[in-house]
Every structure is written in C-alpha cells, then in structure tokens.
Design a protein around this ligand. Structure first.
Ligand SMILES: *[C@@H]1O[C@H](CO)[C@@H](O)[C@H](O)[C@H]1NC(C)=O
Ligand SMILES: *[C@@H]1O[C@H](CO)[C@@H](O)[C@H](O)[C@H]1NC(C)=O
Ligand SMILES: [Zn+2]
Length: 259
C-alpha cells in the first residue's frame, strides 16, 4: 500500500498530496486517475451491470447457490499472483460460510478470473453462467493485486455494490461534484433501499467497498467528503474487509453461524 501511494505520488508529479488532510489546495489543473479499480470504464469503474440487474440486486437469485462459489484462474496468471488471489479467497472463506471451489470441466457457472489489460472489473452478483473477473497484471500488493482489491472485486461478484452508493450515504458524506471529472459523475450514483440493502449495518467509511476520497477527482480535491472528522483516512482502504463488510456478507448469505 505504502509503495503504491509512493508510485501514485510520483505519477502525479508531486503536485498532489493525496494522503494529506483537507488540503487548502492550490490545485493542479488536471489529475489523472490511476487507480485501476476506477479506470476500467464500467459502471462505477469496475462493475459490469446489466440493465435489469440495476433494479434487482436484492433478490436471492443474485446469490451463489449453496454458498458455493466456483472459480477458474487462467493459466497465464503466474504462481505468485495465483497464490495472492487464493489468499484473498481464503480470507473471505474464513470470514463467512462461503466455500470457494475450483471449477472443473462441465461446471456451467463460475468466476473466470483473467489478467487482461483494462484495469480491475467484475460482473456483479451470481450470473448463472461464466462471469469474468479481471485483475490486470500488477506487482503483488499493487493495483488490482492489492489484497483488498482482490476481495473488493470478489465481493462485487458475490452481490455487493460500492459502500458510497448506499441509500443513506448523504447522511455520512457529501459528493463534491465540483471536484469530479466531467462525464464521471455517474460513478457517484446512489441506489434506493429497494435496490441495495445495507443489511441494517451503519454506513461504513472503512469498508473495502468504499471509494477513496479522491476517486475521479479532476483537481486533487476530495470528491467524497466525509461528515465525520478524520474519516477520509479510512476511506478507500484496500487491506482487508471491515467488520461491517464481514457482517453484511454473513447476513446476505444467511450464514448459520455468523463470524
Ligand atoms: C453444498 O455445499 C456443501 C459445502 O461445500 C457441499 O458439501 C454440498 O455437497 C453442496 N450441496 C449441493 C447440493 O451442491
Ligand atoms: C475467460 O474469459 C476470457 C475473456 O473473456 C476468455 O478469453 C477465456 O476463454 C475465458 N476462459 C474460461 C475458461 O472461461
Ligand atoms: Zn468496485
């Protein structure tokens, strides 16, 4: 993570201090978004959502049957990256009642984990067919191969949206449209409570599914401004699932014993 931040800073030519507290920024004119979760160009950056799905994520049909997730890791992914992915899956297993199984021949539905260019992205929720999850190649612990990003993408595949799209988000954050790159505003849509369930968990700045405060910023200013002081330091962490991420996962999949 630390290394990743350093790389970002260099790319930004030292003009933006992304880790600084509310900077009264003499802002540079352009900030190029480099987070591969955001640059993939899908809905909210990394989620492939079909039209009918937008209205229907709540239904149980988007849950993996029998709490079993099948996956296939493409052979062009080298052993260290493969192991990094597997560690992520094992962490989700350890925090829930889900089981990940390698898809064998004749398996009709599974997550097809690829490592193509184009950033990190995935289909949201169970699709009852082969569904892609792409993790563009990066050094371990950077970009799509941050442990939290692997879990973030898999949580999408399990049926979760971004934390900041939850129905009650306006009580916790302000979307600073004046700082968002033109044409990227749709990445900050919120969904009503009929579409996205928060499983009675309070809004979670530290969710692995929360954007960083600077996502899609055009000027180095925050695009998501938390009302809670200091919360910007938690937002966008990609190390691990938060306790509330774990709670939601357990509730969504009706785990008999909650972790
Ligand atoms: C459901 O999942 C459990 C645990 O992975 C497995 O033992 C069982 O065989 C599965 N049942 C069906 C019907 O697939
Ligand atoms: C996985 O997806 C990629 C990209 O769509 C495709 O080329 C590949 O054949 C798929 N592999 C499997 C095993 O489904
Ligand atoms: Zn995402």
């Amino acid at each position: 993570m630390r290394q990743f931040l350093i790389v970002i800073r260099l790319i930004l030519l030292l003009s933006v201090d992304i880790s600084a507290a509310p900077a009264p920024a003499p802002a540079p004119a352009v900030r190029t978004e480099v987070d591969p979760e955001l640059t993939a160009g899908y809905s909210e950056g990394d989620m492939i959502i079909s039209a009918e799905q937008r209205n229907g994520l709540r239904p149980d049909s988007y849950r993996w049957p029998n709490r079993t997730v099948y996956y296939y890791i493409n052979s062009n992914i080298d052993p260290p990256h493969r192991e990094q992915i597997l560690v992520g899956l094992r962490k989700i297993e350890a925090s829930s009642c889900l089981t990940f199984k390698e898809a064998v021949k004749d398996q009709k539905y599974y997550v097809n984990i690829t490592s193509e260019p184009g950033g990190c992205f995935t289909a949201v929720g169970f699709q009852n067919r082969v569904q892609q999850m792409n993790l563009q190649n990066y050094p371990l612990d950077e970009g799509c191969y941050r442990m939290g990003t692997i879990m973030h993408e898999m949580l999408h595949a399990l049926g979760f949206y971004h934390e900041q799209s939850s129905a009650d988000r306006d009580e916790y954050v302000r979307i600073a449209y004046e700082n968002i790159q033109e044409g990227k505003e749709h990445n900050f849509d919120k969904f009503d409570i009929d579409t996205v369930d928060n499983f009675d968990q309070e809004y979670d700045y530290g969710s692995v599914l929360h954007y960083s405060p600077y996502g899609f910023s055009k000027n180095g200013g925050m695009t998501i401004v938390p009302f809670k002081e200091g919360a910007e330091k938690q937002m966008g962490q990609r190390l691990q699932m938060s306790q509330r991420d774990i709670n939601k996962l357990n509730i969504m999949y009706k785990c008999p014993q909650q972790v």
